[in-house]
Design a protein around this ligand. Structure first.
Ligand code: SF4
Length: 461
């Protein structure tokens, strides 16, 4: 018997303006087609109508407004995009019933608006792309990019000249993507950007509707909403990367203490000496960081702080470097990566005086690695005897005596960059263990970077 597929939603398109706008229309339609939508040649057959507008001249604007009016009269369900989308208020004043207004080149926004107005019908037989999209990471963890570009101008970095200033994604689009990823099997969301704490600064933290309430384009709102995606049966870890210690970072620590988001902060401090930080032109470079770290740990004792540091930056003296080592003694960071300064073509730091000789850089690098390995070893040792939740990355084959090992991570370990928790005898209590499962583990042993343990069945996670 032939399989009957559910009917796909139909999209009508009115495309106005120059060839660039036409290309935009084609891109939008191509994406919608690949998402399973059908095209409608007339207003009557369309579930939703897209009007791609032109706003170059007053006459073009008037033509665009007329086209929107016609689409509303003929169909009623209209989304406006294109150059006139930058005048959203004018459009909404004249046509309050439009479903959404997005600007030129905002493909993701307009496609999301169509998905919202007329959701695609998932069809396992014909969809090339699984729900949640194609992923390069394993199915159980996913990177969630919230913005592109950066407003800072750190002296060693060329990202702003390559990628431009900060452009934040719409928070409702980010949350929708996260929700889809979770529905498709993701158990850990890794929030990434160039500067996660600055999320939404470019759009003045504008509010968007998400489900039945408004959310601000802001790191705290984002963290809270992502923290709501998991359930006690299906917990979802939410890990924040590239956070600069602006004052509002304090607001996410209680979410960690409540178990809403993972107690982990990746803060690229890069140095501690005020003189070097100021030469580096680092953001949120303020003196009270140690005090704040102490406060964070009081609120959330299990918080793991990861950071990276550059040694041998031009002008770094032995005194600056010792300041950094002393600072690390105080800060007791959980995970640290260190780099020897390298001049990147185009970076402002290359022109700074007093370059540090290579052999001095190397010697400092060895010293910081020794220091941070000792701190890490002591902190991991202190975890032995505790029972911790871990997420499974890989389950091994059974050896001759039938025992099975697994590689996992604790909440203090981001994939690829931090350590692991190696498990033995997972067949006892967890015969069907698979990647992405979150289980409780009794920690038996530790070394400089990793933990070793055995699963504890029937424990809350
Ligand atoms: S290093 Fe500085 S300039 Fe470069 S992306 Fe990060 S915050 Fe922006």
């Amino acid at each position: 018997m032939a399989t009957k597929f559910p009917p796909a939603p139909k999209v009508g398109m009115v495309s106005l303006g120059c060839p660039k706008a036409l290309v935009d229309s084609e891109r939008i339609l191509t994406k919608l087609r690949s998402d399973g939508y059908q095209m409608s040649p007339d207003y009557a057959g369309a579930d939703v109508v897209l009007v791609n507008t032109c706003g170059f001249l007053d006459s073009a604007k008037e033509e665009s407004l007329e086209a929107i009016g016609e689409a509303i009269a003929e169909n009623g369900r209209v989304i406006v995009t294109g150059c006139m989308g930058n005048e959203a208020e004018l459009i909404r004043q004249r046509f309050p019933q439009v479903l959404a207004v997005t600007g030129a080149h905002q493909y993701e926004d307009v496609v999301n608006a169509v998905h919202e107005a007329s959701p695609p019908v998932p069809n396992a037989f014909v969809d090339l792309v699984p729900e949640g999209g194609l992923k390069l990471t394993p199915r159980h963890y996913s990177y969630l990019k919230i913005s592109e570009g950066c407003n800072h101008r750190c002296a060693f970095c060329i990202i702003p000249s390559l990628r431009g200033d900060l452009v934040s994604r719409r928070i409702d689009a980010v949350l929708r993507e996260a929700e889809k990823l979770v529905q498709a099997g993701t158990r850990e969301l890794l929030v990434i950007s160039q500067d996660t704490s600055a999320y939404g600064v470019d759009v003045r933290h504008e509010e968007r509707q998400w489900k039945d309430h408004a959310v601000r384009t802001h790191m705290t709102d984002l963290a809270r909403e992502l923290g709501n995606l998991g359930t006690p049966e299906n917990p979802v870890w939410v890990r924040l990367h590239y956070v600069y210690p602006y004052p509002h970072v304090d607001q996410v620590i209680p979410l960690m203490a409540e178990g809403k988001i993972t107690p982990y902060l990746d803060i690229p401090f890069q140095h501690a000496s005020p003189k070097v930080l100021s030469a580096m032109k680092r953001p949120a470079n303020e003196a009270k960081v140690l005090e704040r770290i102490r406060n964070w740990r009081e609120i959330c004792p299990d918080i793991a702080i990861r950071s990276s540091f550059v040694v041998g930056f031009p002008g770094e003296t032995e005194e600056d470097f010792r300041y950094l080592l002393d600072w690390l003694d105080e800060a007791q960071l959980d995970r640290v990566g260190a780099f020897r300064f390298e001049p990147v073509e185009g970076a402002a730091a290359n022109a700074l005086p007093d370059p540090v000789p290579e052999e001095v850089k190397e010697e400092r690098y060895q010293r910081i690695m020794e220091k941070t390995a000792a701190i890490s070893a002591a902190k991991l040792q202190a975890k032995t005897g505790r029972t911790l939740p871990v997420i499974i990355d890989e389950v091994g084959e059974a050896d001759e005596d039938g025992s099975i090992g697994a590689t996992a991570r604790s909440q203090a370990d981001a994939p690829e960059i931090d350590g692991n928790v190696f498990l033995r005898d997972v067949q006892q209590g967890y015969p069907a263990l698979k990647p992405g499962d979150i289980i409780a583990v009794a920690i038996e042993d530790a070394d400089e970077h990793d933990l070793y343990g055995v699963p504890v069945p029937n424990q809350p996670r």
